[in-house]
Design a protein around this ligand. Sequence first.
Ligand SMILES: Cc1cc2nc3c(=O)[nH]c(=O)nc-3n(C[C@H](O)[C@H](O)[C@H](O)COP(=O)(O)OP(=O)(O)OC[C@H]3O[C@@H](n4cnc5c(N)ncnc54)[C@H](O)[C@@H]3O)c2cc1C
Length: 620
Amino acid sequence: MDQTNDEGRVTLPTGEGSEEKRQALEIAEEARAEEYSHPSFAGQLFMGKFESSLLFPYPKQSEDDRKVGDAFIAELSTFLEEHLDPDEVDATREIPQKVIDGMAKMGVFAMKIPKEYGGLGFSQTNYNRTVMKVASYCGSTAVLISAHQSIGVPQPLKMFGTEEQKKKYFPGFREGKISAFALTEPDVGSDPARMTAVAKLSDDGSHYILNGSKLWCTNGTIADVIVVMAQTAPKIVKGKQKKQITAFIVEMDSPGVEVIHRCEFMGLNGIYNGLLAFTDVKVPAENVIWDEGRGLAMALATINVGRLTLPAACTGVAKQCLRIARQWGNERIQWGMPVGLHEAGREKLAFLSATTFAMEALTWLTSSWADKAEVDIRIEAAMAKLFCTEALWKITDTTMQFRGGRGYEKASSLKARGEPPFPVERMMRDCRINTILEGTSEIMKLFLAREAMDPHLQKLMPLLRGGSNIKILSKLIGYYGTWYLKQWMGSWLCSKHCELGPLAKHFRYIEKNAHKLARYLFYYMAVYQQKLERKQMLLGRLMEVGTELFVMAAACSYATSLEEESATDLADYFCRMARRRIKGHFAAMGDNDDKQANVLAKYFLEDKMQWLENGIIPIE
Ligand SMILES: Cc1cc2nc3c(=O)[nH]c(=O)nc-3n(C[C@H](O)[C@H](O)[C@H](O)COP(=O)(O)OP(=O)(O)OC[C@H]3O[C@@H](n4cnc5c(N)ncnc54)[C@H](O)[C@@H]3O)c2cc1C
């Protein structure tokens, strides 16, 4: 059984299951990024290594870069405050054209375009700082900017575009052209193997004919140019037919492109998101991005970087919640005391502030790593996305509870009654989608699990390839004997981390628990082998632990880089909360109800509990 792909990389055994599942896994495996030569901080945690030097001292944005960002953000903020009413966007479902034009004039749609193509050439840090600011004010406007630049045409062309493609498309973005990213289809959500959009190469090889539809394409209803993923002719590899997914630049004014429907959602009312149809659309062959068959790898590589924007956007909204909670916590008197001083209120304020602090720590750390382009940040980007999107949902929920009835009331209604128009309900509606798009939280955990297991799979490759001679086995036993022992010893003999001052205890905890996490992961890999892939609840807990450890490390390092005394208290409180959660995850690995949940869900899907639905008016 050969467990390498045609590039010689080790791939996960696809195990039993349907042909469809095998294909889905195979496609996902093919799209995994190539090997990275630089270490991943969080990836190493799963191997029991806490390389604190990778994030301590906390990286600082250079003065020159900061000044560029400061000037741009100040101008943009003033413009938005003067010309954009986020509640009107929410009510009318429109971002006024004059606002879009004004932003275009400033170069908002060319922030990520390199200067040599007429763009602003922003660092990831300045781009994220800008998105954070906009997201704190108007979610829909932040999404317009981000869908265009984090995943739309600029990012994939920056990474994989030809010189001709860059010269052709980049200058247009400085003039305000808008782009989008179209991967999802009615049957393609988390699983791209089900893709039905097809692009057929013409006989003379000059163009492709694109047919199919794309769902929920953000900016799709107003975009000038979009990236579309479609199936191209399958390849025969090792005698088997392999699906090929290719990415294309598609100009929206091409004959045969149609916006079928502008979608409406729970929140983000002002986004221009649509169902698009392509009927015999002629796409020039030179519009293929990267290579034929590399479309999914391109999409995933794009999203790996694109994902870094979500933590920034989430942090912006969380900071707005802090501002609202601070004001309300002091002003609202009930039972003789400001609500922020009742202990239940204090608990909420501590959670809000410490969690926001950790989100910010993650955001600037990962942005800085992306700018340096020295470290492999796929894992960290996924963790930052997972953590920040889940945390923001809890933060808006907590803020709503803390605001009481006013949290549930629309800003326009509050304003009409003469009260401060704090838009907590809008922020809550707007942020809910974040745990779903650009990889759902569940898919993030599966992605992390795959990457966490990779170093072991690499080591085991000779065995997976079918080799079982004594030499291979004794080498593996030798390696793992020492490695496993180290994971036990490391739990006792960790560094002092005095450089962290009062937060040193948390760095020691991270080091010890990275060893424990590595032991657990290895143990479960050995016990369940190929079946581990299906143990999603177990894997989920392991990934939660790894993520919490990474966030703790980022928060502690960030605190030491700041002059504010309270930064240490915030990091300390965050770490205390995270440690309790980690304790719970470790405990649940041995003591859980996973088996019962599996049985119950099976009965449920087999309609054995349909009686429980009695008493409702069914909605068809
Ligand atoms: C407002 C909005 C904007 C969007 N913008 C874009 C865009 O610009 N471009 C674009 O291409 N797409 C876009 N999307 C699509 C978005 O990326 C998808 O919604 C997302 O990928 C999830 O796919 P799905 O909704 O089909 O859910 P599904 O994949 O059907 O998943 C349903 C549930 O099952 C879970 N699940 C799925 N597979 C597994 C598994 N293997 N193991 C465990 N759990 C699993 C998921 O986590 C989820 O909870 C947008 C969607 C929305 C709502």
